[in-house]
Design a protein around this ligand. Structure first.
Ligand code: DP6
Length: 344
């Protein structure tokens, strides 16, 4: 077969309304809504060659130039489970070279951007081999595939705001793939996200274990209901430009996520002293300065500071001075345009 090689870049995303709890085959227990980032991304180059083994999937997975057995095994399983999307797997070996724009030890979850990029590149090859044009359906299918790899990855396919998960109040919402949230007030069109790297060690408890602890969680049902209501509310907030309501929801979601961890049957704690100090100082700063800035957290100790670009001078000055003892490093990111195919 002729040489087939493609390269894709896919950004990470930060959830405002959190996905926490799943069932069946990567079906979320509630809908979620996130901001697609720009500077934190994964790039993958995927190349096909002749198979030399009789394995159902022959994959060599390199991360930053070195074979990565652990993540490679997760990707190989993903390919095997979803081989109907990739008919060429039967006759071809696959080599994936992957790299992240952010440092490996930054404590940034890379599974969203990695599964996003892998899904796009592999699906692109299917389209190329079948001579199909890429339309909107391409991104929905890529989002579906990315979800099967890692739930939050489903939301990285679209620019700025994306929601994932069936929600009776939101037309076209789906458990299978994310959709773009398009009607965005100017107040929320240029959001920045300064990621304070409070701790750069791997997480003590993986997200998969965290999700599973929602299975016999005393507050699960109320939490899922709340998140569904909030997703619909947030769409309205983004449309009308209600910054105060955004700040309240964003911070409450972050603390609720961590509260769920702290009161699951096998309780655990991911926040660190630096996390708490940064949050307290940020709330104080907002109160005094009236600058519209807020925080969110993912499943770790790092603090995502969100603010409109119009306030970047004030907020970044605050981060560099008042917060400097709370973090090891800051990664400045912002809302972005979603994935791109890279010419090679
Ligand atoms: C706290 O998408 O990492 O970041 O589907 O098991 O791969 P898996 O989980 P993952 O969970 C992300 C959880 C979160 C919230 C969110 O991104 O919505």
């Amino acid at each position: 077969m002729s040489q087939v090689k493609v390269k894709w870049r896919c950004p990470s995303n930060i959830a405002i309304v959190k996905y926490w709890g799943k069932k069946g085959i990567q079906i979320p227990c509630n809908s979620s809504l996130s901001l697609t980032l720009s500077n934190s991304f994964t790039e993958v180059e995927v190349e096909l060659s002749d198979k030399t083994s009789s394995d159902a999937v022959q994959l060599a997975y390199y991360f930053e130039g070195e074979i990565n057995e652990k993540f490679g095994a997760r990707v190989a399983k993903f390919l095997e489970d979803n081989n109907e999307f990739f008919p060429y797997l039967a006759d071809n070996a696959i080599t994936i070279h992957s790299s992240n724009s952010f440092p490996h030890s930054a404590g940034i979850a890379s599974s969203a951007s990695a599964f996003g990029a892998i899904s796009l590149a592999l699906l692109d090859i299917s389209y190329e081999l079948e001579g199909k044009e890429k339309d909107d359906k391409f991104y929905n299918t890529a989002s579906n595939l990315a979800r099967l790899g890692s739930g939050s990855a489903s939301r990285s396919m679209f620019s700025n705001y994306a929601m994932w998960g069936e929600n009776s109040a939101i037309a076209n919402s789906s458990n299978q793939h994310a959709i773009e949230v398009t009607d965005i007030h100017p107040a929320f069109q240029s959001m920045k996200d300064a990621i304070l790297i409070v701790e750069d060690e791997p997480k003590k408890v993986s997200s998969s274990v965290g999700h599973s602890l929602m299975n016999n969680h005393p507050y699960a049902e109320n939490r899922f209901k709340q998140a569904n209501e909030r997703t619909a509310e947030l769409i309205e907030i983004l449309k009308t430009g209600n910054m105060e309501a955004f700040i309240h929801m964003c911070e409450s979601e972050a603390l609720t996520l961590h509260a769920m961890m702290m009161c699951s049957m096998e309780y655990y704690l991911l926040v660190k002293p630096g996390t708490i100090t940064a949050i307290e100082k940020l709330m104080e700063f907002r109160k005094e300065s009236k600058v519209p800035v807020c925080f969110t957290l993912d499943a770790g100790p790092n603090v995502h500071v969100l603010y409109p670009k119009a306030y970047e001078t004030e907020v970044e000055n605050f981060i560099n001075t008042e917060l400097k003892d709370t973090y090891k490093k800051v990664i400045y990111d912002e809302g972005g345009n979603g994935p791109t195919k890279i010419k090679i």
